[in-house]
Write a protein that binds this ligand. Structure first.
Ligand SMILES: Cc1ncc(COP(=O)(O)O)c(C=O)c1O
Length: 345
């Protein structure tokens, strides 16, 4: 059986999660009749101090519904260069909502409020595009699971809001940020007008994200969710997996973080240019192969041959993501496979 570290989305629902799915009370959610969906939406909204939530099949949809409530067609959203919204949602903001995006670069995905604010240009019409919102990704996936400092979030939100610019949080892995930093969900949540969170990443649900905001914005997003064809029926069977994940799988993320750190520490000992273990704060290990003399694709191929699946995300950038189906003994095996695969032949 291969060890799969391509993403934390590859996990299998546990027996107990499947039992929760099987016994969930359900109803037609397009009519608002599904008690398990309704309680999940209320639960996640309360967790982040928001008025309302909307259950979505994916994090991409939750992001896109949120963004379109903040930014009008022809206005812009600012995001960090490697953020999921701009790199991995296939131009959805432009395609579906007529939203343009501009990006600021960062080191390791780490938020520097001044860098985002420096490119903001609110009320810029009729000659320039007006900035309507700024999105922050926490943790930052392609930055290497980076936890955004709460002081920087607070600074950005305060200054952006003072300029009439809204804030969106792509919190696909906000659970990891919470466990790594100890910052509460309400503390993270209070700085943002809209939030998307995923239950299908580190928390191990097979599907499910929740978009959070005011009642008015969530009502608007509900209309757009249906318009996009994502109004779902007896979907409490999936929301039940989300409830189970919230009950059981948040605190254990610390184990994923420890295993990621162990991998980073072992590889750093082999070659310090590969990864800085001090920067591996959560469940993502990004490997810089530029000084090693092997491409990410070649490393991924060698690892795969030895029974370890990893992602090649750039010519010299490989990514490993730890998750709840990855044990201590598999961690030791993965380190051995990586060490052998990294030896330049
Ligand atoms: C940071 C981030 N945001 C959003 C998403 C989108 O989630 P989904 O794959 O459910 O659309 C992902 C997926 O990996 C992600 O890493």
């Amino acid at each position: 059986m291969a060890i799969d570290l391509r993403s934390d989305t590859v996990t299998q629902p546990s027996e107990a999660m499947r039992a929760a799915i099987a016994s969930a009370p359900v109803g037609d959610d397009v009519y608002g009749d599904d008690p398990t969906v309704n309680s999940l939406e209320e639960r996640v909204a309360a967790l982040f101090g928001k008025e309302a939530g909307l259950f979505c099949p994916t994090g991409s949809l939750a992001n896109q519904l949120a963004i379109r409530t903040l930014v009008k067609p022809g206005e812009e959203l600012l995001v960090e260069t490697r953020s999921h919204i701009v790199r991995a949602e296939l131009g959805a903001a432009a395609t579906f909502s007529g939203i343009t995006t501009r990006t600021w670069p960062s080191k390791d995905g780490l938020l520097v409020a001044d860098d985002a604010l420096a490119i903001a240009h609110e009320n810029a019409g009729p000659y320039l595009v007006s900035t309507a919102a700024i999105a922050v990704e926490n943790t930052h996936n392609f930055g290497g699971g980076t936890v955004q400092p709460i002081a920087e979030i607070e600074k950005l939100a305060t200054l952006a809001h003072a300029r009439g610019i809204a804030m969106h949080l792509d919190g696909a892995r906000i659970w990891n940020a919470h466990v790594a930093s100890g910052t509460s969900f309400t503390e993270f949540g209070k700085h943002f007008d809209t939030i998307s969170v995923c239950l299908s990443k580190g928390l191990g649900a097979p599907i499910g994200s929740v978009m959070l905001s005011t009642k008015a914005r969530v009502a608007e997003a509900r209309i757009w969710r249906k318009r996009y064809g994502a109004g779902m029926r007896q979907v409490g069977i999936l929301a039940a997996a989300g409830h189970y994940a919230l009950d059981n799988n948040i605190n254990r993320l610390a184990e994923d973080h420890a295993r990621a750190k162990k991998i980073a520490t072992a590889l750093h000992a082999m070659d310090s240019s590969l990864v800085d273990p001090a920067k591996v704060e959560t469940n993502i290990v990004g490997l810089d192969l530029s000084k090693i003399g092997i491409s990410a694709a070649d490393l991924a191929a060698r690892c795969k041959e030895a029974g370890l699946w990893i992602s090649a995300l750039g010519p010299h950038y490989a990514r490993l993501v730890t998750h709840l189906d990855f044990s201590n003994s598999q961690c030791d095996q993965a380190i051995e496979i990586l060490k052998r695969a990294l030896v330049v032949k």
